[in-house]
Design a protein around this ligand. Structure first.
Ligand code: HEM
Length: 475
């Protein structure tokens, strides 16, 4: 049962809901604007849903059992992303891990995994906290009456973190900016890469537009150019350098940086994976952080509890990797924000061969969908599904089914940066919430934009209330 105090505090952004009377085509048209608005109240309680658009069959897996089958047990049959997703991302990522499948995917996954190994997290954590400190110092210099766009602030912060982690010290600020700009442009030109595209709707037609195609290619080139330059520089003998993801890929792929740089094939593969990491690891964390700030402003008791934990554990000093285990409430806030607003709200796979899911046949070529958005608010799987309740993620709370909570997906294609993203979220929240209490600008109405990722539409204007802290020295 849900207690009254919790019921009094629903997550405030209204869930867009379709009218049960609307037909499938009407709802598809709405999906082009916002895919979340296509679901009816009853879809939040079903185990699965089947539909066809033209000749394409779809199965929505909306129960832990079916997610387990498609994403884990029968993974080999469902390891392919949807064709629309692959086509849209190929000019930028080439055959990178995110869009590859079969043997190539396995090989790339093995080559990339060591670069994000858990033993490297302490060193990445330093990049995370020093970057968050820079944001805190920037905020401290702003006039109190000047609101910031929290979504942009978090995007700058996570771009800085992932950029420094991928390229290490070899990157100049100008180069990092060129990557961010090229990447942003690319996303803009393939703007049709929204969730409706993943369903194979008018997207292919738009992708055929030659001007758009040329612009897309140009922005991909901008990104490729910088990364090739960094890779070549990396191969030249020079002084001591920090660890970076790029250096690690190069070693995995060819044994030595110089050999990798000399081989165009290996260099291209390294470049593709560097872009995958940037794309996969930048906006996801930024959006989750923005939603966390929003929810903390909505539930001020939760904000007070978070800040109490930070004051007790850190007492004003910058957090470190070792502090994360002592910050269970901070972690719970971030995890609950990803439940309510999963940064990747839709996962799609294509069946290679026939199968049976929930006692019904699946034909080869069927697109299998799992929507963290629906699963995370499933009426039969969660208590108070639309409410912000970090307590569900605290140690001692009832166990959460890993096939019902999917912010990082699940199975062999689970997010490779899962621990990186989680630590990044916790350490950035901890660093910044110690020093500031962000408040949504009064009167601003927050709504949801659902494209490839889920974010507050049009940004998130917030005032930054500084806290009065007597910082202790680090260490
Ligand atoms: C809160 C942060 C993050 C969230 C919620 C998230 C979520 C996800 C999800 C849902 C997928 C699976 C997509 C699919 O199957 O269609 C994925 C894949 C991936 N993510 Fe993340 N991610 C986050 C951060 C990161 C970071 C920081 C990195 C890298 C440093 C990263 C690297 C990757 C890679 C390489 C893949 C592709 C894995 C594969 O296909 O084998 N992610 N992520």
């Amino acid at each position: 049962m849900v207690d009254d105090a919790v019921m009094a505090s629903p997550a405030p952004v209204a869930v867009p809901m379709a009218d049960p009377e609307q037909g499938i085509w009407q709802r598809i048209r709405m999906a082009n604007r916002n895919l979340l608005s296509v679901w009816r109240e009853r879809d939040y309680g079903v185990r699965s849903l089947r539909f066809s658009l033209g000749k394409q069959d779809y199965v929505l897996c909306n129960s832990p059992d079916s997610v387990r089958r498609v994403f884990l047990k029968e993974h080999d049959n469902y390891d392919r992303k949807s064709p629309q997703m692959r086509q849209a991302l190929a000019p930028l990522l080439g055959d990178g891990l995110f869009v590859s499948d079969g043997e190539l995917w396995q090989e790339r996954r093995q080559q990339c995994a060591p670069a994000l190994h858990n033993r490297l997290l302490p060193s990445f954590s330093e990049v995370m906290t020093s970057s968050a400190e820079e944001t805190a110092q920037h905020w401290a210099r702003l006039p109190a009456e000047q609101p910031v766009d929290m979504l942009k602030e978090m995007a700058h912060l996570t771009a800085r973190i992932i950029g420094r982690s991928i390229f290490g010290d070899d990157t100049t600020d100008a180069e990092a900016e060129q990557v961010v700009a090229g990447f942003t442009e690319y996303q803009r030109h393939v703007a049709q890469l929204d969730l409706a595209s993943t369903l194979g709707l008018p997207f292919l037609e738009l992708l055929g537009n030659p001007r758009r195609k040329a612009r897309t290619r140009y922005s991909a080139q901008q990104v490729h150019e910088v990364i090739d330059r960094i890779i070549e520089r990396r191969a030249a003998p020079s002084g001591e350098r920090r660890f970076s993801l790029v250096a690690s890929f190069m070693e995995q792929m060819e044994g030595s940086a110089a050999e990798a740089a000399a081989c165009p094939f290996a260099r291209q593969a390294v470049r593709n994976e560097a872009i995958v990491m940037f794309m996969a690891g930048h906006e996801t964390t930024a959006n989750s952080l923005a939603w966390s700030w929003y929810l903390l402003d909505h539930d001020r008791e939760a904000m007070a509890r978070l800040q109490q934990e930070l004051d007790e554990v850190l007492g004003g000093r910058t957090p470190t990797f070792d502090d994360v285990d002592d910050l269970p409430y901070t972690r719970a806030v971030f995890e609950e924000a990803m439940r309510l607003y999963p940064p990747v709200p839709l996962l799609s796979r294509q069946a290679r061969a026939a199968d049976v899911v929930q006692e019904r046949e699946v034909k080869p070529g069927t697109i299998m969908l799992a929507l963290p958005w629906l699963m995370h608010r499933h009426r039969k799987l969660w208590d108070a599904p639309d409410h912000f309740r970090p307590e569900r993620f605290l140690p001692g709370a009832p166990r959460i089914d890993k096939f019902a909570y999917l912010p990082f997906s699940v199975g062999p294609r689970v997010c490779l940066g899962k621990r990186f993203g989680l630590y990044e979220g916790i350490l950035c929240l901890a660093t910044l919430a110690q020093r500031f209490t962000p408040r949504v600008v009064p009167g601003h109405e927050v709504s949801i934009e659902c494209r490839l990722t889920l974010r507050p539409a049009g940004g998130l204007p917030m005032y930054l209330e500084p806290r009065n802290l007597e910082p202790r020295m680090n260490g």
